[in-house]
Ligand binder design. Structure first.
Ligand code: SAH
Length: 341
């Protein structure tokens, strides 16, 4: 963050000097850090405020292109007040589709952290590092558009509308998504909608749960001699017979997202299409979070194991030889019935 040094800002008086639009992000950020913020929108006002207010410890000079602010340097120096310079917030709003990774905030990319730091508004849901947003996006309004399965809090079309409206108002909008925006994240649709509305929109990749969640319990999606490929599927709707036939014959690792509700149909279908009942399988719930849990089974026993363990979303299902690998000692096995481990 662009706070001057390690100044403790809580309760301290900070003067933010700059044209209001250019200064808005600095104002939001310093307020969020607990400072008493006053604003000066022109050099004359700044001068009067500095001369009158003896409590001001820091002047934040926003580079809005006004040469008149040079007067602040001298004034601040003569009163031994710290001065920090900040770039102007862009006048044009934008939308950033941010892949937040599987849940733990330290699995965000550096680019993702920078986008959150500079955000005016963050639209988030229950996936990704949403619990940590107050810290990661201190200057942003946080809007929960989350969807519990079957409960669409804010319909998708409305989310896009809200993002576009907010960007049109000049905001730096971040749409935080779990994993990667392009893996069942509606990233391409939202990007196209924003661009069609004339809004500058970019995508920041994230670590997809499809790979990282199995990895969190030591299951590699590929392993030499066991699996030379993996396919990532959405289990949101039941698979068709044709799809099940291809999946059963694939020979590599099957990774199913959003597949808890259809698990029984999936495993029965794969068995029907000839995939061996002894094929290792696993379901990993809330991977990379502190409530992560994994259930190991075989294709023949997975549905029953998931039912007994009351497995729920979000979860990643892995079917294939690699599902027998991993650090089982580290996993919570106590809830799992006596299935093939
Ligand atoms: N874009 C996301 C996927 C969105 S679809 C990504 O790349 O990861 C939502 C599904 O992702 C969930 O239903 C679940 O199957 C999976 N998922 C996301 N985060 C998860 C996590 N931390 N643990 C287990 N599954 C997760």
């Amino acid at each position: 963050m662009m706070f001057a040094g390690n100044l403790q800002l809580n309760g301290h008086h900070v003067l933010i000097a700059g044209e209001p639009r250019a200064a808005r992000r600095a104002v939001a950020r310093y307020r969020a850090a607990g400072a008493h913020v006053s604003e000066a929108h022109d050099p004359g006002t700044a001068e009067r405020q500095l001369n009158a207010a003896h409590l001001i410890r820091l002047v934040v000079a926003v580079d809005d292109g006004n040469a008149g602010w040079a007067v602040l340097e001298k004034l601040a120096a003569s009163q031994a007040i710290l001065i920090s310079h900040e770039p102007a917030a862009p006048g044009e709003g934008s939308v950033t589709l941010l892949g937040g990774g599987p849940g733990s905030s330290d699995l965000l990319t550096e680019r993702g952290v920078a986008a959150l730091t500079a955000a005016d508004v963050v639209f988030y849901d229950r996936l990704g590092p949403s619990h940590d947003l107050a810290r990661l996006a201190p200057g942003a309004a946080l809007v929960d558009v989350g969807k519990a399965p079957g409960h669409h809090k804010v319909p998708q079309a409305r989310i896009t509308e809200l993002m576009i409206e907010s960007a049109r108002a000049g905001n730096n909008v971040v749409r935080l998504k779990g994993g990667d925006p392009y893996v069942f994240g509606r990233g391409s649709e939202e990007l196209a909608d924003c661009r069609a509305a004339g809004i500058q929109a970019t995508v920041i990749p994230g670590i997809s749960s499809a790979i990282s969640v199995p990895g969190a319990v030591g299951i590699p999606v590929t392993a030499r001699g066991i699996s030379k490929g993996f396919t990532v599927l959405s289990g949101h709707d039941p698979f068709t017979e044709q799809e099940l036939g291809h999946m059963a014959g694939f020979g590599g690792t099957l990774v199913v997202l959003m597949g808890v509700a259809t698990l029984e149909q999936t495993t029965a279908g794969l068995l029907r299409h000839g995939l061996d009942a002894g094929t290792p399988a696993a379901i990993i719930e809330r991977g990379c979070t502190d409530t992560q849990r994994s259930t190991r089974a075989t294709l023949g026993t997975l549905a029953e194991a998931a039912r007994s363990a009351r497995c729920s979303n979000p979860a990643v299902i892995v079917i294939g030889g690699v599902a027998a690998l991993g650090d089982r000692d580290l996993e919570l096995q106590s809830l799992i019935p006596a299935v093939a481990r």
